[in-house]
Design a protein. Sequence first.
Length: 485
Amino acid sequence: MSANRPAAVVVLAAGEGTRMKSATPKVLHPICGRSLVGHVVAASRELNPEHLVVVVGHAREQVQAHLSEVDPAIRSAVQHEQRGTGHAVRVGLEELVEKGAALDGTVVVVCGDTPLLTGETLRRLSDTHSADGNAVTVLSAEVPDSTGYGRIVRDDASGSVTAIVEHKDATDAQRTIREINSGVFAFDAKLLVEALGKVRTDNSQGEEYLTDVLGIVRKAGHRVGAAVAGDHREILGINNRVQLAQARRLLNDRLLERAMLAGVTVVDPASTWVDVTVEFEPDAIVHPGTQLVGATHIGAGAEVGPQSRLTDTVVGADAVASFTVAEGARIGEGASVGPYAYLRPGTDLGAKAKAGTYVEMKNASIGEGTKVPHLSYVGDATIGEYTNIGAASVFVNYDGEAKHHTTVGSHCKTGSDNMFVAPVTIGDGAYTAAGSVITKDVPPGSLAVARGQQRNIEGWVARKRPGSAAAQAASAARQESEGER
């Protein structure tokens, strides 16, 4: 066990977040593939704490249900009344103690609405706390404009923190300080528990302030220090939709920068959006206007975009997907998708296969080298290798009550404007004629023709549409033909 492994991390997520003006609890708003609190939990897990507890309050059933999906091992504590940050931490620690946790060591307290906070910064906070022998260590940040923030006041000689002064209470000299309080702390667990019992509520809000702990432990002769975040933007909290969008932009830029430094070409980062769960291999290319969502994986040398949205989709090496929407799909190595294709869940496009212009696929397995070039729907189907599906073909999989499966073999050539009425099987090497409605199995190597015989009614236009442009054109063509004879 690491000497700096925290005894516990307490995540404060009980607030209502009224300024979001939303039916969704603030900490559950999504940003780059995770909820706000989900990002904080992920960063906290990087510390490998002995215990991780999230203090919930507003809409606690929703938040608890979400947490159980994100991290089943997480504990939650309910703050039934919003009585301040100090009270929230006390509730979280009491939950741990009730479950038998022995709080001995460091307790890190973080806010549930700071999605830009990284595990690396939390590790620096924890390490500084241990190395300096502090009772409390504040995560601070140096900002360009500290207006409105609590200032970190330090002792010039020792560098210890003597006070956190709110803007309204600061002197002119203190207002020039650019180091501010983030609301994230590391505490000595035993001193924290003792100090929380001494926090008073004789303030304008009638609440227990966590920051009061600093004065209590300092008065008792213990040291209070600070660790400065490398990037002040990490401590940004989310209180409204504007700040949510700003944080999303910052996090997205961070993710894209990481991908580009790892060998990915992002042609236009300003119009490219990715989730934190997206994975890239070197030499992948992402064109403008592309969104990569969920557990999407882009293989080496693959090209995605422009104007594409891929969700939970695996793109093989050297594949191309342009103007494509895909969800829960697999695009094989060297395959081609689009433009204007829609791959729905369960689509498995084989190596060097093609799903072309205005093609929709769902729950379909497409073999290597097979092409569905354009204007077709392939649903609930298995197609073998090196088969060509003619334009404007439809796999008729639904009879109004149930879905049925179609199987097309390898090296088949199906005509344009075919309807394959499932369940039906087309054997290897078979052909189907254009305009056919295939309702019966086609044996291997056969040609299936399922259409009415063509009948030409001579002179119909002259009789039924006399004097029309069509009749005149037909008459002129007939006269020209007779003249040539």
